[in-house]
Every structure is written in structure tokens, then in C-alpha cells.
Design a protein. Structure first.
Length: 207
């Protein structure tokens, strides 16, 4: 809880110190999450599989200057992955409300802007299910009570923004690394990993 409060306080402080006349953009974003889970220590003979999941949400950008932007992106994102041990496949299905707070740095000050970005994410768990399969037999059960309500991740990525009149369309790729064990009681630490491919559209709301 202290980590959550600290991140929100830092976010508010960043907004306060921004220039009053800074450019602000609002928009929408959506795309794919190539999701996996990581178990440490890794069970002997285990195999991991990637799940193709989806995400969609909103975008809020605050331009600090022509190169730096503060980027908020509240988004609903599906995560999870599969692990197979001794012929039994366990599939984790997770749904999160994510709130990334990232810094974007534009590599050039042109209308077409390639950029890099990095920052932390708070994720609030909305759903959690486990599906176990062996041959033609499968059983799925709710796992919400055994899943922590909050997850912390760190994101790093790159993208490009292209002008469309007074608006902008952007394409970006990110790597997301979970920093904590997502389950309440387990013999192994389980964390999330994701390669995210997003496309979005933003609109200026103040100059």
C-alpha cells in the first residue's frame, strides 16, 4: 500500500510542476499482449507457452517540452500464460486495470516523432482463472481469492507518432516485466511478462 501511495504522490507532483500552458493530448489505444508467466524456481521438465491477449484503454499525454512527455495510459489488459509439466498444462488467465506512468522522449523535434519510453505500472487485478488440461480433459476454476489485488511492473519501449491533421496516430512496442509474485500462497514465485504491440489515436485538448 505504501508503494501505491508513493507512486500516486509522485504522479501528482509531476503534474503540478508541468508548465500551465503545456500541450495536452487525449486519445484511445488498443492492441495485443504476447503474454507469458515466469515461475521461479522453474519446475523440472516444464515448458512455457505464450498467449495472445488483448488490451484497450485511454491515453493522456502532457508535453513538458518539445522532447519530453509525461504519459498516462489507463488500460484494461489481459495477461497470463501456459506452463506444461508432466503432460499437464496449467493456463493462467488474468485481467487487469493497468495505470502506466511513463516518460516519453522524442528522438527528433519534427512532426513525425520516433520516441523511446520507460516507467512503472500499477496493475489492479479484476479477474483470475486457472485452467488445467490433460489430453481431452480440462477443468477451469476461479482463482481470484488466491491472486494479489495489486501488481507492479516496469515497462520499456519505443514507438513512432505520425500527424493526421491536428491529431496524431502512434504505433508502439513495449516490454513489460512483472516485479512481484502475483499469487498469495504458492511454493514458487510467479510473475508476468509481456510484449505489447499497440496502436492509438490522440487529439490535442489545450495549447
Amino acid at each position: 500500500m505504501k508503494k501505491i501511495n508513493l507512486l500516486f504522490v509522485l504522479s501528482i507532483m509531476l503534474c503540478v510542476v508541468l508548465p500551465i500552458k503545456a500541450q495536452m493530448n487525449i486519445g484511445v489505444v488498443g492492441g495485443l499482449n504476447l503474454a507469458r508467466i515466469n515461475v521461479d524456481p522453474k519446475p523440472n521438465g516444464s515448458e512455457y507457452s505464450t498467449q495472445i491477449a488483448f488490451g484497450f484503454g485511454g491515453v493522456f499525454d502532457y508535453s513538458i517540452n518539445e522532447f519530453f512527455e509525461l504519459h498516462f495510459e489507463p488500460i484494461y489488459l489481459l495477461k497470463g500464460g501456459k506452463i506444461t509439466v508432466a503432460g499437464v498444462t496449467a493456463e493462467s488467465k488474468l485481467g487487469y486495470l493497468e495505470i502506466p506512468v511513463m516518460i516519453k522522449y522524442s528522438l527528433v523535434a519534427n512532426d513525425i516523432k520516433p520516441y523511446i519510453m520507460a516507467g512503472p505500472t500499477i496493475s489492479y487485478n479484476l479477474s483470475s482463472k486457472i485452467k488445467a488440461s490433460m489430453g481431452n480433459i480440462s477443468v477451469e476454476q476461479d482463482n481470484k481469492d488466491n491472486t494479489k489485488n495489486v501488481e507492479f511492473c516496469f515497462n520499456i519501449g519505443a514507438g513512432i507518432s505520425l500527424p493526421i491533421g491536428s491529431n496524431s496516430v502512434f504505433f508502439e512496442a513495449r516490454y513489460s516485466l512483472g516485479l512481484i509474485d502475483i499469487y498469495e500462497a504458492s511454493q514458487n514465485d510467479t510473475s508476468t511478462i509481456g510484449i505489447q504491440l499497440f496502436v492509438g489515436l490522440t487529439f490535442p485538448i489545450r495549447n
